[in-house]
Design a binder for this molecule. Structure first.
Ligand code: ASP
Length: 467
């Protein structure tokens, strides 16, 4: 049995949905199908999830909502009509959607927002099931509550509860094709809660683990994962096979082709994940697996992400002071900040944080406390950093990767603010000024993968691949 998940661009209109259904019907093992909400039809378009969020915000603010609501209905009406489904089916689906949008009474802001957001996937799953039925298939829409998708009660950030797996496993026994809406589950108390944005990938991974799928196919709009952001390099090399750990490192640092959290269930159950293209399903795609043969030059991908800052702390004889690190990190914990990395020297340590988490007020308090409570000699905060990562299982075996990387960066006249090698030796990270990140990525690509011409990029940050 295969679990196949289709992303928003794969379901953006009737034409795309037809492709999805052809793909599903072409392989009888594709029996559990996870769908996102309809995504963008073109660059300027708006995803249905974003239309739903705009609607919920207006409704919560007490502003007129009619126009926002009609924009949502219009998307589905067009899809239903272009799929050739009957007016009754369209009306029945729309009535259920309307009920969710109108049902605000007694719900907290977060609950209402989650319920409205989830309606994008839920409605889409009903449409796809109806369309498959119209083609003569045995296909059923299933509600995540009935299926047992039990999650934690954290609004817009749910996580699967371990006890969910036993019931979800029984989906194996269902007849025909099951269409499962992605992106949400239900708390123990029975309330709807969504995963974080892009969370349909997570639903697919959970289901693949639960039914012990042969493979979790994740259909998107690119032929494969590329070794570097294709907005920076024209025709970059494709990744045919990559490990869970490598993919985790790359998604962390800007590869948005697959949700960061979505790897966990598949990884724990050792289910291979295959990234494929709905618009070109015969392309082999990228396999994400537990083990693979090492890449010849040791590097399997290069990525970068901006929006970091570092708190540099120095104190003479820091290395001998028991508890210094703990006290430093405790200050951050008390400010409810999670840290990303802590590269250190003998008498100094830097803590790298996501900039969006550090308000000006928090920054002042933290700096002041480090000075006063830890008697630091020097504390300095540096903003607008980007982390450039080279990732590869093969780096452990190959000698000289750092030398090659730093030589290439030096030749491109890029000043390194920080170097950090992950303890697992799967990745190496360079802190650079945000405006230099793209040039750094291009220089590293040319060093490790050859000399394709860079494409001109207007953004200073590596733009992510759309899902
Ligand atoms: N539709 C949701 C979002 O846009 C979830 C998903 O597409 O995976 O975030």
């Amino acid at each position: 049995m295969k679990v196949a998940k289709f992303g928003g661009t794969s379901l953006a209109n009737a034409e795309q949905i037809k492709k999805v259904c052809q793909i599903v019907m072409a392989d009888r093992d594709r029996r559990l199908i996870v769908v996102s909400a309809p995504g963008k039809r073109n660059k300027e378009d708006t995803k249905v999830t974003d239309l739903l969020i705009a609607y919920a915000e207006r409704s919560l603010a007490g502003e007129p909502t009619e126009e926002a609501k009609q924009a949502i209905f219009l998307r589905y009406r067009e899809i239903v009509a272009d799929l050739g489904l009957s007016a009754e089916i369209g009306q029945a689906i729309e009535a259920e959607l309307e009920e969710v949008l109108a049902n605000k009474a007694g719900l907290s802001t977060e609950r209402f927002m989650d319920a409205v957001k989830a309606a994008g996937e839920d409605t889409c799953a009903k449409v796809v099931a109806r369309y498959l039925q119209s083609l003569g298939e045995v296909a059923t829409y299933i509600n995540p509550k009935d299926a047992g998708m039990l999650v934690t009660d954290e609004a817009s950030n749910a996580h699967i509860l371990p006890e969910a797996y036993a019931k979800l496993a029984t989906l194996r026994e269902r007849e025909g094709i099951v269409i499962f809406p992605g992106f949400f589950g239900y708390s123990r108390a029975g309330d709807l809660v969504t995963f974080s944005r892009g969370g349909s990938d997570i639903t697919g991974s959970i289901l693949a683990a639960a039914v012990e799928a042969e493979v979790y196919e994740n259909f998107t709009d690119v032929d494969s994962v590329y070794v570097v952001n294709p907005n920076l390099i024209a025709n970059p090399k494709k990744v045919t096979e990559i490990t869970y750990r490598e993919m985790r490192e790359l998604s962390y640092s800007g590869f948005s082709v697959f949700h960061e959290e979505a790897l966990i269930p598949a990884y724990q159950a050792d289910i291979p994940v295959c990234i494929k293209n709905t618009n070109n399903p015969s392309a082999p795609g990228t396999m994400i697996v537990a083990e693979r043969g090492a890449a010849t030059n040791g590097v399997s991908g290069i990525a970068s992400d901006g929006g970091f800052c570092s708190i540099y702390v120095s104190k003479y004889l820091m290395n001998r002071e028991i508890g210094f690190g703990r006290k430093l990190l405790q200050i951050l914990e008390e400010e409810e900040l999670s840290y990303e990395h802590t590269p250190s020297g003998i008498d100094n340590i830097s803590v790298i944080l996501r900039e969006r988490d550090l308000t000006e007020e928090k920054e002042q308090r933290i700096v002041e406390r480090i000075r006063r409570e830890l008697f630091a000699d020097d504390v300095a905060v540096q903003h607008s950093l980007a982390l450039v990562m080279i990732v590869g299982e093969g780096m452990r075996q190959s000698v000289g990767t750092t030398a090659r990387a730093t030589t290439a960066l030096a030749a491109a006249k890029i000043n390194l603010e920080m170097i950090n090698q992950g303890s697992s030796e799967v990745s190496m990270m360079f802190g650079v000024k945000a405006e230099e990140a793209d040039r750094a990525v291009i220089a590293l690509y040319q060093e490790f993968f050859g000399g394709e011409e860079p494409v001109v990029s207007s953004s200073s940050q590596a733009a992510s691949i759309s899902v």
